[in-house]
Design a protein around this ligand. Sequence first.
Ligand SMILES: Cc1ncc(COP(=O)(O)O)c(C=O)c1O
Length: 422
Amino acid sequence: MKNHNWKSNYFSTLETEIDKIKEEGHYRVFNNIERKAGQFPKATRHHNGHSEEIDVWCSNDYLGMSQNRNVIAAMQSAAEKLGAGSGGTRNISGTTNFHIQLEKEIAQLHKKERALAFNSGYSANESALKSIISAFDNCLVLSDELNHASLIEGIRSSKKEKAIFRHNNVKHLKEILKGVDFSRPKIIVLESVYSMEADFAPLEDIIEVAQENGALIYLDEVHAVGLYGPNAAGVADAKGLSEYIDIINGTLAKAFGLAGGYIASSDTIIDFVRSFSKGFIFTTSMCPAVAAGSLESIQQVKKNPELRDTFFENVEFVKKELRKSGIPFLDSGSHIIPVLIGDSKLCKEISDYLLNQHQVYVQPINFPTVPKGTERIRITPTPCHSQESTEKFVEALKDAWFHFMPQLSKYESQFNTKSKAI
Ligand SMILES: Cc1ncc(COP(=O)(O)O)c(C=O)c1O
């Protein structure tokens, strides 16, 4: 055996980078939080050899569907029948009836000809965008400056020209497009709800610009599917605009409570991505139980609109209580409630204080998810949070707010919120 001392140079390079983020206060610590099926938002926190019950206030399981009895039963039954894993890529024995039914259901949900399921929303964005953009010679990509990392990676790996327009700024988008030939291929890439700013894209205006300039639209509806619109298909559905969106991306992991992502589009675009996207072709397909659970979850959400009614009522109730308590938050109209802190160490301290003193969990959101100086906590009410737990949470937040007031007031003036989604 040769001696491996030379490897220490590799490790020290990595350790230097890790030390840097520790110093800056945005080193990520994962809390061990075990949710309890049927009792969400209650969970058990395991910490320093102890366990305690806490309330979770920052989950993306927006409707609590991960604990829905019908969803769990569908997953159990699929696993009993087909086994745990899918056994291969979609091409190698990894296509089951559940995968096919799920894609049909998603296509119907978005009123599109066809859909394609991926193992995550991230890989759907990255792989689909890369293959679609790469197909067009001289393609120009127009990307909102706050787009999610998965969209950015998909655009970057296509190696085509990209122009970034200021967040939700249609005027800037128009300026960039001035003088660009109508016949040049273009794709506008954006999200419908931005999960850190909690705001909506101006979809009507974006569609108008796309039509005037001959551009396709790729819309990430990850934080909107299952929540908005008569069909629970997202913001395009809510505004009656689905037909004008060329490619819709969504996740099965947030409002639908499972794991996996997808795109929904025309027959030709889906056939193309299915045939050319490496992130779709060269990976084992999702477990049949996940496909079966996702299918059931979408159907349950559509069948039970009262779940979404309660969800939005609870969002409004939390906002009302926060206003009464004088705790400032970004109210951009969506279901997400960001409370700006402005410093990464302070943000972590507030989150730890809430967890340790009040047994309520909201994780700190720090760089690189949001720019330095706009650190925040992000509150996500669900239909499962009772009025009593909301009142307890707001009291806890009020206590933390006043406890940290001297430090908080130092950062108040610097809020120019520009963030990326998690
Ligand atoms: C806007 C946006 N798009 C895509 C994703 C990725 O989705 P998934 O969690 O299914 O990979 C996320 C985060 O999870 C997101 O916030």
